[in-house]
Design a protein around this ligand. Structure first.
Ligand code: ZN
Length: 495
């Protein structure tokens, strides 16, 4: 038995309940406050007045993609072509130059050829739905393309044809990602990884090898292209180990805002296009029917307001089993009429508050007409929907405190204005998104409260989220991260 004392243990069952000490045993909370006899405990850990929350969970990210991002050339934050070229020049001795985080500024194959005639250059767009290649890279991939700017299916087909990453390198990527998440106080994540690297079996092996050594509550979505592999594997759906679960089938309805492929009710600025259903609606429905046939749930990427409306219609026509819930990922724009459909569905929403601060107001410059509802999280809550907070890392940094800040204050990084404040969440609601409600679709339970019988996963901060001022969120507050009673991060070790 381990006693954890002198903390402010936020139960999260309501805003007020805070305990002073708890005892855990075999990975669960078993005693609270007055029930505790310290002399009966094997170990005592003193939190010295820190604030303790149920372990933070990121409800949608790409663990391997994030690990790769940490290890690769990053173009994050570079907003001019000159800066990008200057940043890449030192790598001219590489035969293959792969860089991430490129904000599509319209660089073409010819532009890249001028500076990098001999290397194969791959610039991965920051929305992860596009790639820009130079001539040598296009040639190596057997593609004839006028600009080298590839979007959606064209881009993803290049990604899947790149040489396999060796297993050791994938393990390293996963370890790097998890270490970084520990430091952000994150104890678990819902990750979409099984399609993009070495295929279902090898990639799953990486998780099976690493997680026993490096505990992290990992819930893996399964990309629809891996559905056959999953069926063939004869693995059961749900819990694999205390650290690994297999979850919903990841499907893409539309594209992204920056690629102008998100499906909107109104055409994009100076264009006739309104976005697209990336695989076509018939094919999408066929895949969903297969998902239902196997008794599984869907996790559907959708960005555009029209995309969301159509997904609602499709899910109403093809619901999951009565006890199941699908997940809708993103849903930043919506039409008021769509809410009536949305609340009838058996779904939870995986939202990315950090997209607001990164994308507004720039995203509006793409539209001919603004959507009716803008990152409408308060509205979603009022309609009774469950919101799970996430970063979509490596798209955003997987720091839940940044997500909570954006959910509460809604301030743009670009012009420092706050947008649609009527949609702001309270600090308690924002915290719930990354704790209690981020666990809504976990199979291992109960999780997400500090109450008896719940898992001993904690995030410990030096300040209370519920009383933080806006600028407080930008500081590092994580003093300790605990998973399954084990301290996996301790700030005093880093000193
Ligand atoms: Zn994603």
């Amino acid at each position: 038995m381990i006693a954890w004392i002198h903390g402010h243990f936020h139960s999260m069952k309501d805003e007020k309940t805070v305990y002073q000490q708890i005892v855990t045993h075999q990975g669960k909370i078993i005693l609270i406050d007055d029930e505790i006899d310290l002399s009966a405990c094997d170990r005592v850990i003193d939190f010295k007045g820190a604030h303790v929350y149920p372990g933070f969970v990121d409800a949608h990210l790409h663990l391997l993609g994030y690990g790769q991002h940490i290890m690769q050339i990053s173009l994050d934050g570079l907003n001019s072509i000159e800066d990008i070229i200057a940043h890449l020049k030192p790598y001219r001795d590489k035969t293959v130059l792969f860089a991430e985080g490129y904000r599509d500024l319209g660089l073409t194959r010819d532009d890249l050829d001028r500076y990098f005639p001999h290397q194969r250059v791959f610039l991965r767009h920051s929305d992860y739905h596009g790639l820009t290649l130079n001539s040598s890279a296009l040639h190596a991939m057997g593609i004839d393309h006028p600009t080298g700017i590839l979007k959606e299916e064209e881009a993803s087909s290049v990604m899947t044809r790149l040489p396999k990453v060796d297993q050791k390198a994938l393990e390293k990527m996963l370890e790097k990602a998890i270490d970084s998440l520990y430091a952000f106080g994150v104890t678990g994540g819902h990750s979409d990884d099984l399609y993009y690297f070495n295929g279902f079996f090898d990639t799953l092996n990486v998780f099976e090898d690493v997680l026993p050594k490096k505990p992290f509550r990992t819930h893996l979505l399964m990309h629809h292209m891996t559905l056959d592999d999953f069926i063939q594997s004869k693995k059961s759906w749900g819990i694999q180990t205390p650290y690994l679960e297999l979850g919903a089938i990841k499907m893409f309805y539309d594209g992204t805002m920056s690629s102008k492929t998100a499906l909107m009710f109104h055409p994009y600025q100076q264009m006739t296009t309104q976005g697209e259903v990336v695989m076509g609606q018939d094919a999408f429905i066929q895949v969903l029917k297969r998902v239902r046939h196997h008794g599984l749930t869907a996790a559907i990427h959708v960005i555009g307001d029209r995309g969301l409306d159509e997904v609602c219609d499709i899910l109403l026509a093809h619901p999951p089993q009565p006890h199941q819930k699908d997940r809708i990922i993103h849903a930043p724009w919506a039409k008021v009429d769509t809410l009536m459909k949305l609340k009838k569905l058996q779904v939870t929403l995986d939202i990315q508050p950090q997209f607001l601060s990164s994308d507004l107001p720039k995203a509006w410059s793409h539209f001919s007409q603004r959507p009716e509802l803008i990152f409408p999280w308060k509205t979603y809550l009022k309609e009774g929907l469950i919101l799970s907070g996430s970063s979509d890392a490596p798209v955003e940094i997987p720091n839940p405190l940044q997500g909570m800040k954006d959910a509460i204050f809604r301030r743009s990084h670009e012009d420092h204005q706050c947008y649609a404040l009527e949609e702001s969440l309270t600090p308690f609601e924002a915290l719930k998104c990354y704790t209690t409600d981020a666990n809504a679709l976990n199979f291992i339970s109960p999780k997400g409260l500090l109450e008896k019988g719940y898992l001993a996963d904690f995030t410990i901060l030096d300040q209370d989220v519920l009383t933080m001022k806006e600028h407080d969120f930008d500081r590092h507050h994580v003093v300790m991260t605990v998973i399954n009673e084990q301290v996996v991060y301790d700030i005093t070790d880093k000193a």
